[in-house]
Ligand binder design. Structure first.
Ligand code: SF4
Length: 229
């Protein structure tokens, strides 16, 4: 099975997203949160639950360090102590410092200047920073820079595979490109779509799925035991 064409994918996604929106309601991940806080969250949540990342963010905020300058002013051990609740605290400290150091060196410390760049050059720049992988880069593009990117994560890929919309193990770069062709070029709508897939993945389409109460059961190849094509 190949990736569907943009038109085919768009036709499959529209009713799925409508059903999810009707079932779960608006996700509203799109907030007025300060861009650096979004970026710190995207780095700190890697390989951990959001509750741990949120506690680390609160520690940084309380210490007056939730900014490029604030992070750069922290010494390594002090930063490690603050981000400890997010797990892998030595690595997370190094990632925060790498990001803040890049903004200082490449943009004179001006994060807004960096985030104003066009989407694909900015994505390449983000991917050049140590500790920023594709999923983190797309979360930063979408939620901090408010650009129409799509965050392809495990939740999205697993659900779309089980639903029979995409082939198994499609390369994420190709999947992101195809999703961006199929979905509206609108950051707010892309954020809602991502939020809905995460909600589905947490509520129903977990590694061991709970299909019985899933709003997409009727149209799901996996949930129907393979009876749907
Ligand atoms: S029916 Fe099951 S496999 Fe299909 S999307 Fe829902 S939870 Fe996932």
């Amino acid at each position: 099975m190949k990736l569907p064409s943009p038109a085919e994918l768009s036709d499959r996604l529209e009713p799925l997203l409508d059903a999810l929106a009707e079932h779960f309601g608006p996700q509203r991940w799109w907030t007025d949160t300060d861009p650096f806080e979004v970026i710190a969250g995207a780095l700190l949540v890697q390989n951990t639950a959001w509750t741990g990342a949120a506690r680390a963010i609160e520690n940084l905020r309380t210490a007056g360090a939730l900014s490029i300058d604030g992070v750069l002013a922290l010494d390594e051990l002090g930063c490690q102590e603050l981000v400890r609740p997010s797990g892998s605290f030595r690595q997370k400290t190094a990632k925060l410092h790498a990001f803040a150091g890049h903004v200082r060196d490449a943009h004179d410390g001006d994060l807004d200047h960096m985030l104003r760049a066009p989407m694909e050059p900015l994505r390449r720049e983000l991917l050049g920073i140590w500790g920023v992988g594709p999923e983190t880069a797309d979360a930063i593009l979408l939620y901090a820079a408010r650009k129409p990117s799509f965050v392809v994560d495990t939740y999205t890929q697993r659900s779309l595979e089980r639903l029979g919309v995409i082939p198994s193990s499609a390369p994420r770069a190709a999947l992101r490109a195809r999703l961006l062709e199929a979905l509206p070029e609108d950051a707010w709508q892309l954020a809602e779509a991502h939020g809905l897939f995460v909600r589905l993945g947490k509520a129903h389409c977990r590694s061991t799925p709970d299909c019985a109460s899933c709003p997409l059961l009727m149209g799901c190849r996996y949930g129907s035991g393979g009876r749907l094509r």
